[in-house]
Design a protein around this ligand. Structure first.
Ligand SMILES: O=C(O)CCC(=O)C1=CC=C[C@@H](O)[C@@H]1C(=O)O
Ligand SMILES: [Mg+2]
Length: 368
């Protein structure tokens, strides 16, 4: 692919409103933008979605910078690659660090699609012209949650996901259900429960939720299988699925009925597509998760969610869900509950240089 240079930009932008979970509250989002340039001057973009601290996975912005600078970019410098599919294999000699890998791997997919003058969605095998959009309500009071939901439904979102934990579950969700008897609602627990909470979780069955996301430990698949047998509500796994092999084992064990695919969590688009393809062949539904991301990662998610197995609206919301101004141009917008899949080459969005420069904290350059 004749790579000439890689640039890394570290940016930080405040969220419009805090994103509250039982694990952490995100007020400011730090992120990494990777730009790869080829010999003809084509540029591909990727985004590192690790948070500043390791509350969601073990990676952080700092660990990603270290992995990119000291291992992943040097590996790419040594090896010529023809296709982005080869990148995951190249990175296999380095254990885990999936978000760091995905930041670079996704930039190479964008570059490759631009070299081929094709939309990334088409390169990946996407079949949709628009993807269904859902939104996450991360509030710590039912009053706030109801206010947010009212606004999001006006904005056209097709379903909402709410954060739950043992202090905010049945009564919280049933109040929302009372106001919105037919709204597709899913609940994300981010591992707030154990099997001791079986009765609490069973009580949620009557609320007609689309799914419960990651109720048990972040590294478990065995106990989720026990739980799924007891629950009518489908379990969706997020944190537990970090590789293709995890997805295969979870499906074989019956640990979940649905998988949330996050490109960063699984190490890039190649692995994300493999998981999609495996689930699609077996009739297991998938949807695309979010990471409170900027526009570059959002754009990759739109391309991925255009694949036929993404049958449930993703956590792919508009740029203005989190940001006063995004770092891409045009911004991502939701129309009648859908996001248009761009038809331009690559991710189909341009960098908003002014915004990037305004929010830049650090920059690193690697010339090949
Ligand atoms: O990006 C979005 O729209 C929502 C992101 C989101 O819900 C999450 C991002 C990161 C960690 C979690 O709290 C949560 C999730 O687990 O899916
Ligand atoms: Mg989740």
């Amino acid at each position: 692919m004749k790579i000439r240079s890689v640039q890394i930009y570290v940016i930080q932008i405040p969220l419009k409103t805090p994103f509250i979970t039982h694990l952490d509250t995100v007020r400011e989002r730090q992120g990494i933008i990777v730009e790869v340039t080829d010999a003809d001057g084509n540029k591909g973009y990727g985004e590192g979605v690790a948070f500043s601290s390791p509350w969601y996975t073990e990676e952080t912005v700092e660990t990603c910078l270290h992995m990119l600078s000291d291992f992943l970019i040097p590996l790419l410098q040594k090896q010529t690659i023809k296709q982005p599919e080869e990148v995951s294999h190249l990175f296999q000699s380095i254990r885990r660090n999936h978000m760091a890998k995905a930041a670079l791997e996704t930039a190479l997919w964008d570059l490759y699609a631009k070299q081929q003058s094709k939309p990334l969605a088409k390169i990946l095998g996407g079949t949709r012209e628009k993807v269904a959009s859902g939104v996450v309500v991360a509030a710590d009071s039912v009053t706030r949650a109801l206010k947010d939901i009212e606004k999001y439904l006006e904005d056209g979102y097709q379903r909402v996901k709410v954060k739950i934990n043992p202090h905010q579950d049945y009564s919280f969700l049933s109040e929302i259900r009372r106001y919105y008897p037919n709204l597709p609602i899913m609940a994300d627990a981010n591992s707030a429960y154990s099997l001791k909470d079986l009765d609490r979780l069973k009580a949620l069955d009557e609320l007609n939720l689309l799914m419960i996301e990651q109720p048990l430990a972040y590294d478990d698949i065995v106990e989720h299988a026990i739980l799924q047998k007891e629950l009518k509500t489908p379990i969706c796994l997020d944190e537990s699925i970090v590789t293709f092999a995890d997805a295969r084992k979870a499906i074989e064990l019956g640990s979940c009925k649905i998988i949330n695919i996050k490109v960063g969590r699984v190490g890039g688009l190649y692995e994300a597509k493999r998981i999609h393809d495996y689930c699609y062949d077996r009739g297991i539904e998938v949807w695309c998760g979010g990471m409170i991301e900027f526009g570059i990662s959002r754009a990759h998610n739109i391309a991925l969610a255009s694949l036929p197995g993404f049958t449930i609206p993703g956590d792919i919301s508009a740029s203005n869900r989190f940001w006063e101004e995004d770092i891409i141009f045009p911004e991502v917008g939701v129309e009648n509950g859908f996001i248009h899949v761009p038809g331009e080459p690559g991710i189909g969005f341009k960098i908003n240089e002014k915004r990037l420069q305004e929010k830049l904290q650090a920059k690193r350059s690697f010339v090949f």
